[in-house]
Design a protein around this ligand. Structure first.
Ligand code: ATP
Ligand code: MG
Length: 225
């Protein structure tokens, strides 16, 4: 397939314009774009905001989807276009909405679709509202794990003295913890979330070294007051 302009690049994929209002997300790492596409189609069928996917044009490494316009929520936050309050409320609302969607495969009644990387750089603020991208970690399981991972990713930025995001992340984490309330379980899911982040080959050693402090910060915010 002929690819055009590079419109975005993350740690695991490059995203190219391919015309007709579509983009192609091409993995640089070994991952299964088909599984991701099926999950995106499933949540879309339940009314959740994701880019429309095009199965006929996608392959195991290339995901073809609608091109979105607008900044990511992280860019909007850092540019001062939205505040921590709105960002935290939007993230919590997206997590709650996602967790109302039934699982596709699991027979465990409490299992739901989990994104497992739902942070402000994976939400694009389009003219039609926030849309969630980057479903490469998505799977089914306990919603509390998804909430724990979102909080942990933000907490890692909050405790990172080297990061220019630290202050914004701290304010955002406080709002998210308040909004998620009981859904942010300070127990088991945080250890599970930490183990997953520690095993993520996309993280630097410095990022992994922040995990304990990040977990402690969440426990302080989410613990019994
Ligand atoms: N459907 C889309 N329309 C327009 N731009 C997009 C779309 N999907 C992704 N992008 C752009 O590409 C960037 C990278 O996409 P994505 O987050 O899916 O890649 P990634 O490699 O998984 O990222 P990460 O570093 O979070 O792992 C996004 O920040 C966004 O700017
Ligand atoms: Mg991303």
């Amino acid at each position: 397939m002929e690819v055009g302009e590079l419109v975005g690049a993350g740690r695991s994929a490059d995203v190219y314009a391919i015309g007709d209002g579509r983009v192609l997300r091409r993995y640089r790492v070994d991952a299964d774009a088909r599984r991701e596409l099926e999950i995106m189609a499933h949540v879309a069928a339940h009314g959740f905001p994701v880019p429309e996917v095009f199965p006929g044009e996608s392959t195991a490494t290339d995901l073809v989807m609608a091109r979105l316009s607008g900044p990511t929520m992280l860019h909007a936050l850092l540019a001062g276009r939205i505040g921590a309050e709105e960002t935290g409320r939007t993230l919590a609302a997206l997590l709650r909405r996602l967790h109302r969607i039934p699982a596709r495969l699991s027979r465990e009644p409490s299992d739901r679709i989990l994104h497992l990387d739902l942070h402000p750089d994976n939400v694009m603020l389009t003219p039609d509202g926030p849309v969630v991208i980057d479903w490469c970690n998505a799977r089914e399981g306990r919603p509390a794990l998804d909430c724990a991972l979102s909080a942990l990713i933000i907490a890692q930025a909050a405790v990172d003295g080297e990061s220019e995001l630290a202050q914004a992340a701290r304010a955002l984490l406080a709002v998210l913890a308040r909004e998620l309330d009981e859904d942010l379980d300070a127990g088991g899911p945080l250890d599970d979330a930490k183990a997953r982040r520690a095993a993520d080959r996309g993280l630097t050693a410095h990022e992994v070294s922040l995990l304990d402090e990040a977990v402690a910060l969440i426990r302080r915010l989410a613990g019994p007051s």
